[in-house]
Design a protein around this ligand. Sequence first.
Ligand code: C2O
Ligand code: CU
Length: 463
Amino acid sequence: MPTRRDFLMQGAMATAAFALPRRSLAAASDVEFLEAQPASIQLAPDGYPETEIWSYGGVMPGPEIRLAQGARLRRRFVNELPQASSVHWHGVRIDNAMEGVAGLTQPAVDPGRNFDYDFVVPDAGTYWYHAHNRSTEQVARGLYGALIVEEPSPTDVDREEVLILDDWLLSPETAQIDPDFTSRHDRSHAGRRGNFIVSNGRHDLAFDVRQNERLRLRLVNAANARIFVLALKGMEGWTVALDGMPLSQTQPLAEPLILGPGQRADVIADVTAAPGETAHLVRIEDQEGVSQAAFRVTGRAADKRREAPEALPANPRMEVTGLEDAKTIRLHMQGGAMGTLDSAFLNGEKKSFRELVDANQFWSFNGTIGMNDTPLVDVANGETVKLQIYNETSFPHAMHLHALHFREISEDGGLGPLRDTILMFGGQTRTIGFVADNPGDWLFHCHMLSHAASGMMTWMKVT
Ligand code: C2O
Ligand code: CU
């Protein structure tokens, strides 16, 4: 039995421990930290000043978190920013309470405070984590990193590279981040698009590779609004996973790969360029190819090419069953510049488009701007949902469903790959289906973050 004296001693020790620097505390208790803090990094080319960013752990991108499928991820999030924040684990089939959506699954973590994230990662794949409070600003300031969940047996590749693609909106004189995160123009048009495009925080990211080497490229689009259209030069590639989830068959990269904000792709790429040449991950812009990352071929890894790669092993629960008796829900997306929205409900009041413009709110889902108390979908755990989405706007939207992967259902009933974000172009109607087998409140929103902040956000309730 501890005596009262022991108890007091413990109290005193706890106080002493609290005063220790955090690092030694970590060593003692095995807590791993994820610290959001301001940092200064050389983002723009040499000769420009450093850029003040918000970072995880002082680096850009944030520290890569890599663990085995089925392992437990634990991080003590420490907020050293001047703003409240939270960490969202994009794409992970997760416990609702650990999902990190400020205002829905947890209160935002105030400056100087902590939050312990602790959950299991059930599915292998390429994910990412990012701030989920005032996301337009916090993600644009640099609060993101890769989350990699490894398959039980290693894939047959020579090496692997994670490439997080982003575009920063920087002042051309000072190289500082444009602080207008609520720009009326960005909100009502294509979103906040940057003028400085990078991979892993570098505009000149380059690797040394060898001919006939096989790479696995894990591509993440962390941009606020930019759609990356990608191709390979000097490499032959196959898409093997989308949004973390393996494709049942590898897909030769014959057409450009389109990655909307929030989306990921795993590409297996064989270096075909000869020693002395440079291969590229190419970004296509206005019909022209620009290097997004360079791969300098410095020698030869093997005399011959390998056989085409095999598909990755499937994750558990990849089937979308029960579509015949699915609950069908419609979602009309309206608004924005050159759109069809005359009026919509904002905070329970009907507003004309003119009034919405004054409120800097532009987008509606089924006539309502932003979140309210009524979920778009209210289902029991295990029910199957079919969601018909009509994009009646003039812009593309990258619609992201939290924690529940879906498959697109084509007109003939065929099922597309399992994904967590669907890129919808203006005027399109698309249908997705998913099994709501994870209880909780889950966001469904546009990952063009200025759009989410000006109306394109709703939620689903699974009970
Ligand atoms: Cu990647 Cu709701 O976010
Ligand atoms: Cu959008």
